[in-house]
Design a protein around this ligand. Sequence first.
Ligand SMILES: Cc1ncc(COP(=O)(O)O)c(C=O)c1O
Length: 364
Amino acid sequence: MSSPTLKTKSSTFTQSNSFTSPKIKSSTKKMQVLDKVSVSSKANISGLNTGILSIVGNTPLVKLVNVFKNAHFQLFAKLEMFNPGGSVKDRPALNMLMNAFEKGDIQPGDTIIESSSGNLGIGLAQACAVLGLRFICVIDPKTTLPNINILKAYGAQVELVAEPDPVTGDFLPARIARVQSLLASIPNSFWSNQYANLNNARAHHQTMHEIVTALNGNLDYLFLAAGSCGTLRGCAEYIKSHNLNTKIIAVDAKGSVIFGDKRGKRLIPGHGAARVPELFQPGLQDEVIHVTDIDCILGCRHLLRTEAILAGGSSGAVISAIDKKRKEIPVGAICAAILCDRGERYLDTVYSETWVMDHFGDIG
Ligand SMILES: Cc1ncc(COP(=O)(O)O)c(C=O)c1O
Protein backbone atom coordinates (compact mmCIF):
# COMPACT_ATOMS: atom_id res chain seq x y z
CA MET A 1 0.00 0.00 0.00
CA SER A 2 1.43 3.35 -0.87
CA SER A 3 1.82 5.82 1.96
CA PRO A 4 0.05 9.14 2.04
CA THR A 5 2.27 12.04 1.06
CA LEU A 6 2.00 15.75 1.53
CA LYS A 7 3.37 17.27 -1.64
CA THR A 8 5.17 20.54 -1.40
CA LYS A 9 7.01 22.72 -3.86
CA SER A 10 10.32 22.07 -2.23
CA SER A 11 9.83 19.12 0.07
CA THR A 12 7.67 16.06 0.46
CA PHE A 13 6.54 14.57 3.72
CA THR A 14 6.50 10.85 3.17
CA GLN A 15 4.73 8.83 5.75
CA SER A 16 6.41 5.57 4.95
CA ASN A 17 8.96 3.68 6.91
CA SER A 18 12.45 3.95 5.55
CA PHE A 19 13.99 0.50 5.88
CA THR A 20 17.17 1.64 4.21
CA SER A 21 18.29 3.72 7.16
CA PRO A 22 21.54 2.87 8.86
CA LYS A 23 21.46 1.13 12.23
CA ILE A 24 21.97 3.31 15.26
CA LYS A 25 25.17 2.76 17.16
CA SER A 26 24.41 2.57 20.84
CA SER A 27 26.60 5.57 21.29
CA THR A 28 24.58 7.88 23.43
CA LYS A 29 26.00 7.92 26.88
CA LYS A 30 23.39 6.80 29.37
CA MET A 31 23.10 9.16 32.29
CA GLN A 32 21.23 7.99 35.33
CA VAL A 33 21.65 11.03 37.48
CA LEU A 34 21.78 14.60 36.32
CA ASP A 35 22.18 17.59 38.53
CA LYS A 36 19.56 20.24 38.17
CA VAL A 37 20.95 23.20 36.32
CA SER A 38 20.91 26.37 38.28
CA VAL A 39 19.96 29.09 35.85
CA SER A 40 19.94 31.95 38.24
CA SER A 41 20.75 30.89 41.74
CA LYS A 42 21.63 33.95 43.73
CA ALA A 43 18.93 36.42 42.97
CA ASN A 44 16.52 36.91 45.83
CA ILE A 45 13.89 38.92 44.12
CA SER A 46 10.22 38.78 44.93
CA GLY A 47 8.06 37.47 42.13
CA LEU A 48 10.39 34.63 41.22
CA ASN A 49 9.19 31.79 43.38
CA THR A 50 5.53 32.59 43.20
CA GLY A 51 3.30 33.83 40.42
CA ILE A 52 3.67 33.58 36.69
CA LEU A 53 7.48 33.63 36.50
CA SER A 54 7.69 30.57 38.72
CA ILE A 55 6.29 28.49 35.87
CA VAL A 56 8.79 29.50 33.18
CA GLY A 57 10.47 26.31 31.94
CA ASN A 58 9.74 22.69 32.80
CA THR A 59 7.71 22.42 29.63
CA PRO A 60 6.29 19.06 28.52
CA LEU A 61 8.19 16.63 26.32
CA VAL A 62 5.71 14.60 24.31
CA LYS A 63 6.26 11.66 21.99
CA LEU A 64 4.98 12.28 18.49
CA VAL A 65 3.86 9.15 16.68
CA ASN A 66 1.74 10.55 13.86
CA VAL A 67 3.81 13.31 12.31
CA PHE A 68 6.14 10.73 10.77
CA LYS A 69 3.95 7.67 10.77
CA ASN A 70 5.69 4.33 11.27
CA ALA A 71 9.00 6.12 11.49
CA HIS A 72 12.08 4.01 12.19
CA PHE A 73 13.13 6.48 14.91
CA GLN A 74 11.42 7.94 17.96
CA LEU A 75 10.60 11.62 18.03
CA PHE A 76 9.91 13.71 21.13
CA ALA A 77 8.77 17.33 21.00
CA LYS A 78 9.70 19.86 23.66
CA LEU A 79 6.63 22.06 23.70
CA GLU A 80 7.98 25.50 24.56
CA MET A 81 4.58 26.99 23.79
CA PHE A 82 3.67 25.95 27.34
CA ASN A 83 5.82 28.70 28.79
CA PRO A 84 3.51 31.38 30.20
CA GLY A 85 4.48 33.98 27.58
CA GLY A 86 3.91 31.39 24.87
CA SER A 87 7.47 30.71 23.77
CA VAL A 88 10.95 29.42 24.45
CA LYS A 89 12.11 33.04 24.85
CA ASP A 90 10.55 33.33 28.32
CA ARG A 91 13.61 31.42 29.52
CA PRO A 92 16.36 33.78 28.30
CA ALA A 93 14.23 36.84 29.06
CA LEU A 94 14.02 35.83 32.71
CA ASN A 95 17.60 34.60 32.92
CA MET A 96 19.10 37.75 31.39
CA LEU A 97 17.16 39.93 33.84
CA MET A 98 17.98 37.76 36.85
CA ASN A 99 21.67 37.85 36.10
CA ALA A 100 21.56 41.60 35.58
CA PHE A 101 19.94 41.92 39.03
CA GLU A 102 22.56 39.64 40.56
CA LYS A 103 25.42 41.64 39.08
CA GLY A 104 23.86 44.88 40.25
CA ASP A 105 23.44 46.09 36.67
CA ILE A 106 19.74 46.77 37.23
CA GLN A 107 17.31 47.34 40.06
CA PRO A 108 13.53 47.71 40.29
CA GLY A 109 12.39 50.90 38.57
CA ASP A 110 15.08 50.72 35.89
CA THR A 111 14.33 50.60 32.17
CA ILE A 112 15.07 47.56 30.04
CA ILE A 113 15.54 48.15 26.32
CA GLU A 114 15.60 45.44 23.66
CA SER A 115 15.22 45.19 19.91
CA SER A 116 12.76 42.38 19.24
CA SER A 117 9.82 41.87 16.98
CA GLY A 118 8.43 38.91 18.74
CA ASN A 119 8.88 36.35 21.41
CA LEU A 120 11.82 37.77 23.34
CA GLY A 121 10.03 41.11 23.57
CA ILE A 122 6.95 39.38 24.93
CA GLY A 123 9.01 37.34 27.41
CA LEU A 124 10.74 40.52 28.62
CA ALA A 125 7.47 42.44 28.80
CA GLN A 126 6.01 39.70 30.98
CA ALA A 127 9.05 39.51 33.27
CA CYS A 128 9.42 43.29 33.54
CA ALA A 129 5.77 43.63 34.52
CA VAL A 130 6.35 41.25 37.45
CA LEU A 131 9.76 42.56 38.46
CA GLY A 132 8.87 46.25 38.54
CA LEU A 133 10.91 47.25 35.50
CA ARG A 134 9.95 49.56 32.67
CA PHE A 135 10.35 47.96 29.26
CA ILE A 136 10.89 49.59 25.88
CA CYS A 137 10.67 47.27 22.89
CA VAL A 138 12.19 48.56 19.65
CA ILE A 139 10.32 47.12 16.69
CA ASP A 140 10.13 47.67 12.92
CA PRO A 141 7.23 47.61 10.45
CA LYS A 142 7.58 43.84 10.04
CA THR A 143 6.40 43.28 13.61
CA THR A 144 2.92 41.79 13.45
CA LEU A 145 -0.10 43.58 14.91
CA PRO A 146 -0.90 40.72 17.31
CA ASN A 147 2.63 40.95 18.75
CA ILE A 148 2.42 44.74 19.11
CA ASN A 149 -0.89 44.37 20.89
CA ILE A 150 0.48 41.70 23.23
CA LEU A 151 3.51 43.86 24.07
CA LYS A 152 1.27 46.83 24.85
CA ALA A 153 -1.11 44.69 26.90
CA TYR A 154 1.78 43.69 29.16
CA GLY A 155 2.58 47.38 29.59
CA ALA A 156 5.61 47.62 27.30
CA GLN A 157 6.41 50.86 25.51
CA VAL A 158 6.71 50.14 21.81
CA GLU A 159 9.22 52.19 19.76
CA LEU A 160 8.72 51.83 16.02
CA VAL A 161 11.70 52.28 13.73
CA ALA A 162 9.95 53.17 10.51
CA GLU A 163 12.90 53.49 8.13
CA PRO A 164 15.65 50.95 7.42
CA ASP A 165 19.33 51.76 7.69
CA PRO A 166 20.09 54.03 4.70
CA VAL A 167 23.36 52.23 3.89
CA THR A 168 22.36 48.56 4.11
CA GLY A 169 18.60 48.86 3.61
CA ASP A 170 18.17 46.54 6.65
CA PHE A 171 16.06 47.31 9.68
CA LEU A 172 18.39 45.59 12.13
CA PRO A 173 21.13 48.27 12.16
CA ALA A 174 18.44 50.96 12.37
CA ARG A 175 16.86 49.22 15.36
CA ILE A 176 20.22 48.88 17.09
CA ALA A 177 20.92 52.58 16.47
CA ARG A 178 17.57 53.41 18.13
CA VAL A 179 18.46 51.18 21.09
CA GLN A 180 21.77 53.06 21.46
CA SER A 181 20.10 56.45 21.35
CA LEU A 182 17.48 55.38 23.93
CA LEU A 183 20.24 54.06 26.20
CA ALA A 184 22.07 57.37 25.93
CA SER A 185 18.99 59.43 26.73
CA ILE A 186 17.32 57.36 29.50
CA PRO A 187 19.02 57.21 32.88
CA ASN A 188 19.26 53.76 34.53
CA SER A 189 18.53 51.96 31.30
CA PHE A 190 19.89 48.53 30.36
CA TRP A 191 20.12 46.69 27.03
CA SER A 192 19.64 42.97 27.45
CA ASN A 193 21.25 42.45 24.02
CA GLN A 194 20.07 38.92 23.29
CA TYR A 195 22.48 38.41 20.38
CA ALA A 196 25.55 38.73 22.60
CA ASN A 197 24.32 38.00 26.11
CA LEU A 198 25.75 34.72 27.44
CA ASN A 199 22.82 34.49 29.84
CA ASN A 200 20.58 34.03 26.83
CA ALA A 201 22.51 30.85 25.98
CA ARG A 202 22.88 29.74 29.60
CA ALA A 203 19.11 29.71 30.04
CA HIS A 204 19.12 26.73 27.69
CA HIS A 205 21.38 24.61 29.85
CA GLN A 206 18.14 24.09 31.74
CA THR A 207 16.15 23.41 28.53
CA MET A 208 18.64 20.72 27.58
CA HIS A 209 18.74 19.38 31.10
CA GLU A 210 14.98 18.90 31.06
CA ILE A 211 15.06 17.06 27.74
CA VAL A 212 17.96 14.80 28.64
CA THR A 213 16.57 14.02 32.09
CA ALA A 214 13.17 13.09 30.66
CA LEU A 215 14.90 10.71 28.23
CA ASN A 216 17.21 9.20 30.86
CA GLY A 217 20.21 10.54 29.02
CA ASN A 218 19.38 8.76 25.77
CA LEU A 219 19.26 11.28 22.99
CA ASP A 220 20.84 10.80 19.57
CA TYR A 221 19.63 13.87 17.68
CA LEU A 222 18.42 17.27 18.76
CA PHE A 223 16.70 19.44 16.15
CA LEU A 224 16.44 23.12 17.01
CA ALA A 225 15.81 26.39 15.22
CA ALA A 226 18.51 29.09 15.32
CA GLY A 227 18.00 32.84 15.55
CA SER A 228 20.06 34.61 18.21
CA CYS A 229 21.78 31.20 18.63
CA GLY A 230 20.98 31.23 22.35
CA THR A 231 19.24 27.86 22.18
CA LEU A 232 21.93 26.39 19.93
CA ARG A 233 24.80 27.58 22.08
CA GLY A 234 23.19 26.68 25.40
CA CYS A 235 22.20 23.17 24.31
CA ALA A 236 25.61 22.59 22.69
CA GLU A 237 27.41 23.70 25.86
CA TYR A 238 25.32 21.34 27.95
CA ILE A 239 25.95 18.41 25.59
CA LYS A 240 29.67 19.06 25.66
CA SER A 241 29.96 19.56 29.40
CA HIS A 242 28.00 16.36 30.07
CA ASN A 243 29.93 14.35 27.48
CA LEU A 244 26.83 13.37 25.58
CA ASN A 245 26.96 12.02 22.06
CA THR A 246 23.85 13.89 20.99
CA LYS A 247 24.14 15.40 17.53
CA ILE A 248 22.67 18.86 17.05
CA ILE A 249 20.90 19.62 13.80
CA ALA A 250 20.45 23.37 13.58
CA VAL A 251 17.57 24.59 11.46
CA ASP A 252 17.94 27.95 9.78
CA ALA A 253 15.90 29.97 7.31
CA LYS A 254 16.94 30.13 3.70
CA GLY A 255 18.20 33.68 3.28
CA SER A 256 19.49 33.94 6.86
CA VAL A 257 23.23 34.58 7.14
CA ILE A 258 23.99 32.78 10.43
CA PHE A 259 25.69 29.79 8.82
CA GLY A 260 27.06 31.58 5.78
CA ASP A 261 24.05 31.33 3.49
CA LYS A 262 23.40 34.19 1.06
CA ARG A 263 21.22 36.95 2.45
CA GLY A 264 17.69 36.76 1.09
CA LYS A 265 14.10 37.72 1.71
CA ARG A 266 12.38 35.84 4.55
CA LEU A 267 8.88 36.43 5.76
CA ILE A 268 8.45 34.09 8.71
CA PRO A 269 9.91 35.41 11.96
CA GLY A 270 11.62 33.47 14.75
CA HIS A 271 14.45 31.51 13.21
CA GLY A 272 17.13 33.08 11.02
CA ALA A 273 19.10 36.31 11.39
CA ALA A 274 20.28 39.14 9.17
CA ARG A 275 23.70 39.12 10.83
CA VAL A 276 25.83 36.53 12.59
CA PRO A 277 25.05 36.76 16.32
CA GLU A 278 27.95 37.16 18.72
CA LEU A 279 26.67 34.03 20.49
CA PHE A 280 27.37 31.94 17.42
CA GLN A 281 30.56 29.89 17.39
CA PRO A 282 31.69 27.55 14.62
CA GLY A 283 31.13 23.90 15.49
CA LEU A 284 28.24 24.31 17.89
CA GLN A 285 26.07 22.28 15.53
CA ASP A 286 26.84 19.00 13.79
CA GLU A 287 24.77 19.93 10.76
CA VAL A 288 22.68 22.78 9.43
CA ILE A 289 19.50 22.42 7.42
CA HIS A 290 18.12 25.48 5.66
CA VAL A 291 14.41 25.63 5.05
CA THR A 292 12.27 27.98 3.00
CA ASP A 293 9.20 29.86 4.18
CA ILE A 294 7.09 27.41 2.19
CA ASP A 295 8.73 24.50 4.04
CA CYS A 296 7.76 26.18 7.33
CA ILE A 297 4.17 26.61 6.30
CA LEU A 298 3.86 23.02 5.11
CA GLY A 299 5.61 21.74 8.22
CA CYS A 300 3.23 23.70 10.47
CA ARG A 301 0.17 22.48 8.63
CA HIS A 302 1.40 18.90 8.66
CA LEU A 303 2.09 19.07 12.41
CA LEU A 304 -1.37 20.48 13.00
CA ARG A 305 -3.11 17.91 10.83
CA THR A 306 -1.25 14.89 12.21
CA GLU A 307 -0.73 15.81 15.88
CA ALA A 308 -3.24 18.62 16.46
CA ILE A 309 -0.39 20.87 17.61
CA LEU A 310 -0.90 24.49 16.59
CA ALA A 311 2.68 25.74 16.57
CA GLY A 312 4.58 28.75 15.24
CA GLY A 313 6.58 29.06 12.03
CA SER A 314 9.93 27.82 13.31
CA SER A 315 8.28 24.62 14.56
CA GLY A 316 7.18 23.97 10.99
CA ALA A 317 10.77 24.63 9.94
CA VAL A 318 12.02 22.02 12.40
CA ILE A 319 9.45 19.44 11.27
CA SER A 320 10.39 20.11 7.67
CA ALA A 321 14.10 19.71 8.51
CA ILE A 322 13.45 16.34 10.19
CA ASP A 323 11.61 15.27 7.08
CA LYS A 324 14.58 16.24 4.91
CA LYS A 325 16.96 14.37 7.21
CA ARG A 326 14.79 11.36 8.01
CA LYS A 327 16.32 8.87 5.60
CA GLU A 328 19.74 9.40 7.18
CA ILE A 329 18.49 8.97 10.73
CA PRO A 330 19.59 5.56 11.96
CA VAL A 331 17.05 2.90 12.86
CA GLY A 332 16.10 3.11 16.52
CA ALA A 333 17.50 6.60 17.02
CA ILE A 334 15.97 8.82 19.66
CA CYS A 335 15.34 12.35 18.41
CA ALA A 336 14.04 15.46 20.12
CA ALA A 337 12.77 18.64 18.52
CA ILE A 338 12.42 21.95 20.30
CA LEU A 339 9.15 23.51 19.14
CA CYS A 340 9.57 27.15 20.06
CA ASP A 341 6.15 28.76 20.22
CA ARG A 342 2.43 28.47 19.79
CA GLY A 343 0.58 29.12 16.56
CA GLU A 344 -2.13 31.61 17.47
CA ARG A 345 0.18 34.53 16.67
CA TYR A 346 0.55 33.14 13.14
CA LEU A 347 -3.14 32.79 12.29
CA ASP A 348 -2.96 35.79 9.95
CA THR A 349 0.17 34.51 8.22
CA VAL A 350 1.29 30.86 8.27
CA TYR A 351 -2.25 29.56 8.85
CA SER A 352 -4.03 32.07 6.58
CA GLU A 353 -4.91 30.73 3.12
CA THR A 354 -5.14 34.30 1.83
CA TRP A 355 -1.75 35.35 3.17
CA VAL A 356 -0.08 32.23 1.85
CA MET A 357 -1.73 32.59 -1.55
CA ASP A 358 -0.76 36.29 -1.76
CA HIS A 359 2.89 35.60 -0.98
CA PHE A 360 3.58 32.16 -2.41
CA GLY A 361 0.67 31.23 -4.65
CA ASP A 362 -0.89 27.79 -4.44
CA ILE A 363 1.50 25.62 -2.44
CA GLY A 364 -0.84 22.65 -2.33
C1 LIG B 1 9.67 31.16 17.29
C2 LIG B 1 11.15 31.17 17.45
N1 LIG B 1 11.86 30.15 16.96
C3 LIG B 1 13.20 30.12 17.04
C4 LIG B 1 13.91 31.14 17.66
C5 LIG B 1 15.41 31.08 17.72
O1 LIG B 1 15.86 30.86 19.03
P1 LIG B 1 17.27 31.49 19.48
O2 LIG B 1 17.09 32.97 19.51
O3 LIG B 1 17.53 30.91 20.81
O4 LIG B 1 18.28 31.08 18.45
C6 LIG B 1 13.19 32.22 18.19
C7 LIG B 1 13.89 33.36 18.78
O5 LIG B 1 13.33 34.38 19.04
C8 LIG B 1 11.79 32.23 18.10
O6 LIG B 1 11.07 33.25 18.58
